[in-house]
Design a protein around this ligand. Structure first.
Ligand code: ADP
Length: 332
């Protein structure tokens, strides 16, 4: 039986349970009412026999009748109260089952997504390196060609290495990341990353602004490196036409504020929180066409949490995205 049929069957069972319960509630209530009427009439007969019955008005004020009526009302309240609790419990149970079902579907989609991208990401550099080595062995290459082919293979190898590192890091980050605080010069940390990206994307324009006095911070070097390099790489990767990235660092009180803005494809509102989940990649064709595993932002968010900060993404004006990170400066 497929998932939709199972779902339909569970809906039918729930509706049947609700109808059956409503029917039993009404039946029980009718029985309670019948019992009350019978007891009331019995009481009237007893009072008549005892010569205590005067008229209907005084009968309705008689302590024995009032006692009977109170018990009848209490039972009625109990019947409807229990029904309500049952219906609420049923709905809560149903909500949990439904949530579990949705989580399973989501996990399996995420896993499929992951397997699709990971297999491609693993296979393509291995194939490129193989092709490069075969070319070197089979053909007589000039030193210039040899340099080109081997540099390409080296770049693919580096990419494979960082992919494996990211996978291991993401697995490790299932446990909280342990930070090591040290003094860091942000310009010295970031400038080499920018130079590196400019080698990869020579057409890119990267503007780096840092507020005066914000250069020296106390934080975790590896975490900051991971955060900056991933945000910068993503900003360029997801800007297929205008590769203009603006990286700004400011301080506010005890916070370091980092903003990385691009003019790329942007992120729809409904995806803005999901992109921080493990293996999550946007379904758009352009994302599929770019290389990635959906691990970068997950790793960043774990590190940001470890540094007692937060990360969010907003729309850039007029297009693209801005990733804003607030981190605690551990200077004090
Ligand atoms: P990866 O880039 O390897 O897919 P990330 O975790 O770094 O994984 O990003 C998750 C997803 O968020 C990406 O697949 C992409 O769809 C989206 N994304 C991240 N950064 C940007 C950006 N600057 N502009 C548009 N989309 C982005």
């Amino acid at each position: 039986m497929n998932n939709n049929k199972l779902r339909l069957l569970s809906y039918v069972i729930i509706v049947y349970m609700l109808l059956a319960f409503a029917w039993w509630t009404i039946l029980l209530n009718n029985k309670n009412e019948d019992a009350f009427t019978a007891k009331k009439e019995l009481l009237r007969i007893v009072l008549i026999a005892d010569n205590q019955y005067e008229d209907e008005r005084s009968f309705l004020q008689h302590p024995s009748y009032l006692n009977l009526k109170q018990r009848y009302e209490r039972r009625q309240l109990m019947i409807f109260g229990e029904s309500l609790v049952f219906v609420i419990s049923l709905f809560i149970g149903f909500w949990f089952i439904n949530k579990g079902y949705r989580d399973i579907i989501k996990n399996s989609k995420t896993k499929t997504n992951f397997l699709l991208s990971i297999s491609h990401e693993l296979k393509s550099p291995v194939a490129s390196v193989k092709l490069a080595l075969e070319t070197i062995i089979k053909r007589k290459l000039s030193s210039e060609q040899l340099l080109k082919v081997s540099s390409g293979a080296l770049a693919e190898n580096t990419r494979l290495g960082s992919l494996i590192e990211n996978l291991l890091l993401a697995t490790k980050l299932e446990d909280p990341y342990e930070i090591k605080i040290e003094e860091i010069n942000l310009c010295e940390l970031i400038q080499p990353m920018i130079n590196n990206e400019l080698l990869k994307y020579p057409e890119a324009q990267i503007v780096f602004q840092i507020e005066e006095g914000a250069n020296i911070v106390k934080s975790d070097r590896f975490a900051l490196q991971t955060i900056f390099s991933n945000l910068l790489e993503n900003a360029l990767k997801y800007s297929p036409t205008i590769k203009e990235v603006n990286m700004k660092i400011e301080t506010s009180g005890l916070d370091i504020i980092i903003a990385v803005a691009d003019k790329g494809i942007g992120i729809p509102d409904e995806e803005k929180t999901k992109i921080f989940e493990k293996f999550y990649r946007l379904g758009a064709e352009i994302t599929r066409a770019t290389k990635g595993t959906g691990l970068g932002l997950f790793i960043i968010s774990k590190m940001v949490t470890a540094l007692e900060g937060n990360i969010r993404v907003e729309d850039n004006d007029p297009e693209g995205s801005v990733f804003i990170v607030h981190l605690k400066d551990h200077l004090n």
